[in-house]
Design a protein around this ligand. Structure first.
Ligand code: SF4
Ligand code: SF4
Length: 310
C-alpha cells in the first residue's frame, strides 16, 4: 500500500481499490516510431464502442481531421508536421524495426521546396493514470478502478457534474454536449473481461499499439529505446513509463521521437488532487482557529464582567 492515496509510487492500484486476487495490471505501450497514421485504431475504437461520429468536416490545418481526444474520440492519431534539417538523425529515412517485424520507413515525406519535412504520428489515448484525479473527484462513483488496474467511466452512473474534466492533467475526458455525461477510453473493459485485447491494439497493422501486462511492456519499451539510440535516433524517449513521476506512472505510456510538447502532451504532468491532504489539513487548522476565536469572543467579555463585579 502506498503512503499517500493521491501521489507517489503505487505498485498495486487494483488491490488498493479493493480488488482481491487481481490479475496483473495491464496497459498500452504506444511506439510512435512505427505508427503510419492509418487511423485503423481510431476506426476500430469507434466501431467496437459504437461511438457517434464527431464531425465529418476538415480542420483545414492538417491532414489529421479528427483534431483531438474527446467524448466521441477515445483514440486520436495526431499528425505532427514539422521541418527537420537533413542532418537531424530523426530525419533519417528508416528506423530499425522491432525484432521480428518488417522494416518500415519513418513517416517522412519528400522534402518540399525550400526545406526538409517530416511527419510524426502518434495515437493518443486516456493514460489510465496510477493516480487518476478524474476518479478521485467523481462524486457518484461513475469513474472506478477495475481489477485490471485501468480507469473506467460508467455512462449510466455519470450525473454530468463535469468535475472530472478539469481534474485530468492531460485534458482527456470530455462531456458529451448532448447530455453532459463524461466519456473516455475504457481500455475495452468488456473485451478484457472476455480475455480479448482492446480493439485498437488488435487493429493496428504495425503493432505501434501494444497491449499487455504493464511490467512486461515497460521492459519491452526500454529495449526498443536502446535499439533506436543504437541506430542513431537520439531523440527517442519514453513518456509516462516512470512510476516515480507526478501521476505515479501511466497505464498507457509512449515512445516519442521528440519533446512531449510537440505531441501536445504536458512535459511534467502532476495529479491535480496531489495537494488535497495538505489542503484539508490547512482547512482543518483554519476552522479550529476560527472556532477558538469565536469562543474567546464570548468568554473574554464574560470574564471581564466577572472580574469587575469582584
Ligand atoms: S488521463 Fe485523465 S481521464 Fe485518463 S485516467 Fe488519467 S486523469 Fe483520468
Ligand atoms: S492503427 Fe497503428 S499504425 Fe495505424 S494509426 Fe493507429 S497506431 Fe498508427
Amino acid at each position: 500500500m502506498t503512503d499517500s492515496l493521491f501521489s507517489g509510487p503505487e505498485p498495486d492500484p487494483a488491490g488498493d481499490a479493493g480488488h482481491e486476487d487481481a490479475p496483473p495490471r495491464v496497459g498500452f505501450f504506444t511506439d510512435t516510431s512505427v505508427c503510419i497514421g492509418c487511423k485503423a485504431c481510431e476506426v476500430a475504437c469507434k466501431e467496437w464502442n459504437a461511438l457517434p461520429e464527431d464531425g465529418l468536416s476538415l480542420t483545414g490545418m492538417s491532414y489529421d481531421n479528427t483534431g483531438e481526444l474527446g467524448a466521441s474520440t477515445w483514440r486520436h492519431v495526431a499528425f505532427i508536421e514539422q521541418s527537420a534539417p537533413v542532418s537531424d538523425p530523426l530525419a533519417t529515412p528508416t528506423v530499425p524495426a522491432p525484432e521480428g517485424r518488417t522494416e518500415l520507413t519513418l513517416a517522412t515525406d519528400s522534402p518540399p521546396a525550400g526545406g526538409d519535412f517530416r511527419w510524426l504520428m502518434s495515437s493518443d489515448v486516456c493514460k489510465h493514470c496510477t493516480h487518476a484525479a478524474c476518479l478521485d473527484v467523481c462524486p457518484t462513483g461513475s469513474l472506478f478502478r477495475t481489477e485490471f488496474g485501468t480507469v473506467v467511466v460508467q455512462e449510466d452512473i455519470c450525473n454530468g457534474c463535469g468535475y472530472c474534466v478539469p481534474a485530468c492533467p492531460y485534458g482527456v475526458i470530455e462531456q458529451r454536449p448532448s447530455d453532459g455525461r463524461a466519456f473516455k477510453c475504457t481500455l475495452c473493459y468488456d473485451r478484457l473481461g472476455a480475455g480479448q485485447e482492446p480493439a485498437c491494439a488488435k487493429a493496428c497493422p504495425t503493432e505501434s499499439i501494444q497491449f499487455g501486462p504493464l511490467d512486461e511492456l515497460r521492459e519491452r519499451a526500454a529495449l526498443r529505446v536502446d535499439q533506436l539510440h543504437a541506430a542513431g535516433v537520439d531523440g527517442a524517449r519514453l513518456y509516462g513509463h516512470d512510476p516515480g513521476d507526478g501521476v505515479g506512472g501511466d497505464g498507457a505510456f509512449f515512445l516519442l521521437l521528440d519533446d512531449p510538447e510537440v505531441y501536445g502532451l504536458p512535459p511534467d504532468p502532476v495529479v491535480t488532487t496531489r495537494d488535497l491532504p495538505a489542503m484539508w489539513k490547512h482547512a482543518g487548522a483554519a476552522a479550529l482557529t476560527l472556532a477558538g476565536g469565536w469562543a474567546l469572543s464570548f468568554a473574554l467579555p464574560a470574564m471581564v464582567r466577572k472580574r469587575g463585579r469582584t
